[in-house]
Design a protein around this ligand. Structure first.
Ligand SMILES: Cc1ncc(C[n+]2csc(CCOP(=O)(O)OP(=O)(O)O)c2C)c(N)n1
Ligand SMILES: [Mg+2]
Length: 575
């Protein structure tokens, strides 16, 4: 007899799924019984948040849907942060969750949670399956919705009785759902109007975002940028969409953007977002964003247009199709003055740090990672200062080579995401750049990398702090440190810190021992000259390695645009 559980497994296979991440429980045992015979690699995680980030990492590295499988109640609620993370960054994740038997729904049954209610706001779409005959259609739709239009997570909640019920219906051959039709084809007049604006602009800028990467349109974007000769600024999510070493590349814009990118945005007369949504970390104070510029916006998601900034030249469509048409419609225009101006900003304000220091600085570690991997690794990050240094000091030249939680900024994303990335791209070196705070949020997943022979390199930039928060307390809260000291006595007040650090004893936890306890290798690095050899050893070890780098504690990320300020008001720090 073909059951609902068979339909789900068959649906996954029809979607080409070969890898799944999850953890069982009472309401998904029917799936797991079938999974035992399915030709798929199953990664047993240690926390369901890990499963969602692994699926998300897999999806970001490949563009294909990443799949996770969790049980009802606490399994599903543990998955919420991962779904929200994928949702904010437009990553195609399909999450199958078990649910208590239909007759018990609403009874506060054991391990019951209103999973569709809880996840509605953090998924692109979700389903509670009420009739087993809906399942073949829902499985097809789930993958179609996750991967089309603006990609995003889809959750399918399947009550236990539905998993066990008989289903004889075939899978539909194509999706036919009223109300969901991504508008891939742009309006020709909109494209024409934008092309004319680009051609006639005197100080134009492209703002490239993650949509160019998820839309597999980096070649098209590069062609348009080169043909038009328009300088390119990037969001965090857009890094890798345009070669970082190109003459037209001005680097990242926004709160931790480069001087050149933020000056260019403030001075331009046209800014065209290509797959970026004018997030507040990008715009700074919205009323002051690109004050002299017409705004163009290419996006597959019509609801993204005009959401935070007023858009003059909208184009709704698939970025790849739009850019192909734009390439035909735009003209090459020489703008020697503008290009000389941005080149000067770029040259006189490179991203830098205290290079003369004898101390081990976090930026130095990232430069060494770049040197040792020849800028060719897949870099995954957590969230904090280390994430911004990873954005600044590693040269990204390929799409899907920088994988980070941008929109939600989820600490704990990095390690499981790196595992998902490595599971998808075993041929590539994968380096996670994490912080001593973030890594502790999902450290338990390291054992999954060990068990599945995924030799990732985990670099922990240990500054003894929730560093990004400490930086804000230093710069914007008069250096009143509170709740940010890690590893040593967290009660130390600011004045007592420096005096008591040495006396306070060793950092806890001991990351080297923790790595070893998980079956990985652990290396601690405290001096500059130890960094490159440790990285080489880690990259060649053939097993997961944690490289803990004890870096200067109170180093700051510069430039920084203070919260609520205009991009033109960025602070450059001492560097
Ligand atoms: C789950 C979660 N909780 C809290 C925050 C707020 N937050 C942003 S950065 C940061 C500090 C991160 O510390 P660490 O991982 O050590 O990185 P560092 O900034 O020191 O490089 C915190 C607490 C967050 N982004 N995510
Ligand atoms: Mg830290």
């Amino acid at each position: 007899m073909r059951t609902g559980a068979d339909v789900v497994i068959e649906g996954l296979q029809r979607a080409g799924v070969k890898t799944m991440f999850g953890l069982p429980g009472g309401t998904v045992l029917d799936f797991f019984a079938k999974l035992a015979h399915a030709p798929m690699e199953f990664f047993l995680v240690r926390h369901e948040q890990g499963a969602t980030h692994m699926a998300d990492g897999y999806a970001r590295a490949t563009g294909k849907a990443g799949v996770c499988l969790v049980t009802s109640g606490p399994g599903a609620t543990n998955a919420v942060t991962g779904l929200a993370t994928a949702n904010m960054d437009g990553s195609p994740v399909v999450c199958i969750s078990g649910q208590v038997p239909s007759p018990l729904i609403g009874n506060d049954a054991f391990q019951e949670a209103d999973t569709v209610g809880i996840t509605r706001a953090v998924t692109k779409h979700n389903y509670l399956v009420k009739n087993v005959d809906d399942l073949p259609r829902i499985m097809v739709e789930a993958f179609e919705i996750a991967t089309s239009g603006k990609p995003g997570p889809v959750l399918v909640d399947v009550p236990k009785d539905i998993q066990q019920a008989r289903c004889d219906l075939p899978f539909p051959t194509e999706m036919n759902r009223r109300g969901y039709r991504p508008e891939n084809e742009p309006d020709a007049q909109d494209v024409e109007r934008l092309a004319r604006a680009i051609t006639t602009a005197r100080r134009p800028v492209f703002l490239v975002g993650g949509g160019v990467i998820s839309g597999d349109a980096t070649a098209e974007f590069t062609a348009v940028a080169l043909k038009t000769g328009v300088p390119v600024v990037s969001t965090l999510m857009g890094l890798g969409a345009f070669p970082g070493n190109a003459a037209l590349a001005l680097g990242m814009i926004g709160m931790h953007g480069t001087v050149a990118a933020n000056r260019a945005a403030s001075a331009c007369d046209l800014i065209v977002s290509v797959g970026a949504r004018f997030d507040d970390r990008v715009t700074g104070k919205v009323s002051t964003f690109a004050p002299h510029a017409l705004k163009g916006h290419i996006d597959i998601d019509p609801s993204a247009i005009g959401k935070s900034v007023q858009v003059d030249l909208p184009v709704v469509g698939h970025v790849k199709i739009v850019l192909r048409q734009l390439l035909e419609a735009v003209e090459s225009v020489a703008r020697p003055e503008w290009l000389a101006q941005v080149a000067d900003w770029k040259e006189t304000n490179p991203l830098t740090y205290d290079r003369a220091s004898k101390e081990l600085l976090p930026q130095y570690v990232i430069e060494q990672i770049a040197a040792v991997t020849h800028g060719d690794a897949l870099i995954v990050t957590d969230v904090g200062q280390h994430q911004m240094w990873a954005a600044h000091f590693y040269p990204y030249s390929k799409p899907r080579s920088f994988i980070t939680s941008g929109g939600l900024g989820t600490m704990g994303f990095g390690l499981p995401a790196a595992i998902g990335v490595k599971a998808a791209r075993r041929d590539q070196p994968v380096v996670l750049i994490s912080g001593d705070g973030s890594i502790q949020m999902n450290f338990q997943e390291l054992v999954v990398a060990v068990e599945h022979d995924l030799p990732i390199v985990v670099v922990i930039l240990n500054n003894g702090y929730l560093g990004m928060v400490r930086q804000w307390q230093e710069l914007f809260y008069k250096r009143e440190y509170s709740g940010v000291r890690l590893g040593r006595d967290a009660r130390h007040t600011n004045e007592r810190i420096s005096a008591t650090i040495q006396a306070a004893g060793p950092y806890r936890p001991d990351f080297v021992k923790l790595a070893e306890a998980h079956g990985a290798m652990g290396i601690r690095v405290t001096r500059q000259e130890e960094v490159a050899p440790a990285l080489v050893k880690a990259l060649n070890a053939g097993l997961p390695v944690v490289v803990e780098c004890i870096v200067r504690a109170e180093e700051n990320v510069y430039p920084i645009v203070p919260p609520g300020k205009a991009l033109s008001e960025l602070l450059q720090g001492l560097a």
